[in-house]
Write a protein that binds this ligand. Structure first.
Ligand SMILES: [Zn+2]
Ligand SMILES: [Zn+2]
Length: 387
């Protein structure tokens, strides 16, 4: 990135951190590990901050590109990881549209060959079709469909935590991640003490990983009536109820639905090949579970973007959005000003901010509102032009 672009980004971030109480001050601040990524430098971690004053001082002094805090609480967060003394930790969940296998990626994702600079659309090829180079940069983009899909997943996640785990609304916080998805944290709950293994099981339950159809009562060896009696019904707790509800909604092509879910499941289990039936179960899992990034939930040593801070790739804020339905991820987290800036864009798929759609661009100079310029520069798709 050019010096000029770095300066523009740093100035925009600094103005944001200066002008107001942008960051949400985390609870139990002195027990958390902090870290930040400066402009033009490497990540600094294992910081211990005593209070709100020290955190605001850090933000104003560094205007960091990214700033993070642990969800875990330690005896002494400034010590090396093995000596910190882990006490407990908030639950943390991450949903990213890159994991949702969206069809629209074919339209908006791009790749660039590092050898001949050829740019292509969609999923990155193993080799450049022009020069056979295997060094290829990918650009994972997001569009309204992607962001809507991420929102659907976070809504499902919240419902599972409330209904299946009996968590209380007041302890759950949801945030737009600042880029392509959502974060959810649960603080001060009976799950705080869960170790990595327990968190792994929680993650598996939420995503439906490892769901065993024998547990639903399905078996090729059982007598039909005996099997039907063991199948799930609507309203059952846990995954049995979720599978029943999926079959209740699912319409099999050209089939009449007599309303009895147990026989509906049993009939299709008998009629379809194991592969086809398995695909329907996979669909049920996708539809009723939430597609979370399990690594984030399991890794208790991770530091998580601070609520209210700006995302280094987009300049959008990690915005609290407890009312998910009304939240607009292309408008609500846009915090950087709209004063005009001239940038040279190498290329960019279209994107929308504050109800205005920009691009696509290809090797051109454009004048954009600062927040749109930052969005492109942060993604390394544009450079500031001295004017
Ligand atoms: Zn090439
Ligand atoms: Zn998309």
């Amino acid at each position: 990135m050019s010096e000029e672009s770095l300066n523009v980004l740093k100035r925009a971030f600094r103005e944001y951190y200066f002008q107001r109480d942008a960051i949400e001050i985390p609870t139990r601040i002195e027990e958390r590990e902090f870290g930040y990524l400066p402009f033009g430098g490497f990540m600094t971690r294992h910081l211990k901050l005593k209070n709100k004053g020290e955190l605001t001082a850090l933000l104003v002094r560094e205007s960091p590109r990214g700033v993070y805090a642990s969800c875990s609480y330690y005896e002494d967060p400034s010590l090396p990881m093995t000596e910190k003394g882990w006490k407990s930790g908030d639950l943390a969940f991450d949903i990213d549209c890159d994991d949702l296998e969206m069809e629209c990626k074919k339209d908006h994702d791009r790749w660039t060959c590092k050898g001949c600079l050829l740019v292509g659309r969609g999923i990155r090829p193993a080799r450049c079709p022009s020069c056979a180079n295997t060094k290829i940069l990918t650009l994972n983009w997001s569009c309204k469909l992607c962001l809507d899909a991420s929102k659907d997943e976070i809504i499902k996640l919240k419902e599972i935590l409330l209904k299946d785990f009996g968590m209380t609304r007041g302890k759950i916080s949801t945030f737009f991640s600042g880029n392509k998805g959502y974060h959810l944290t649960v603080e001060n709950s009976e799950f705080d003490a869960l170790d990595q293994r327990g968190r792994g099981e929680l993650a598996n339950y939420i995503s439906g990983k490892g769901l065993d159809i024998a547990k639903l009562g399905l078996s090729k060896n059982a007598d039909y009536n005996n099997m039907v009696s063991r199948l799930p019904v609507l309203g059952e707790p846990g995954w049995r109820g979720k599978i029943a509800s999926f079959f209740d909604d699912y319409e099999f092509e050209g089939e009449r639905d007599d309303g009895d879910i147990k026989s509906k499941i049993a009939n299709y289990y008998g009629k379809l090949s194991p592969k086809k039936f398995g695909a329907i179960i996979d669909l049920a899992i996708r539809s009723r579970g939430a597609k979370i990034d399990s690594v984030v939930t399991i890794d208790i040593h991770r530091i998580f973007r601070l609520a209210g801070s700006l995302h280094e790739k987009t300049g959008l804020s990690k915005k609290r959005c407890d009312d998910l339905n009304s939240f607009d991820p292309t408008t609500d987290p846009v915090e950087i000003k709209d004063e005009p800036i001239k940038v040279r864009v190498s290329m960019s798929p279209p994107f929308t901010l504050r109800e205005r759609t920009y691009g696509p661009y290809k090797s051109e100079e454009v004048i954009l509102p600062l927040h749109a310029g930052v969005y492109l520069m942060g993604n390394n798709l544009a450079q500031a032009v001295n004017s």
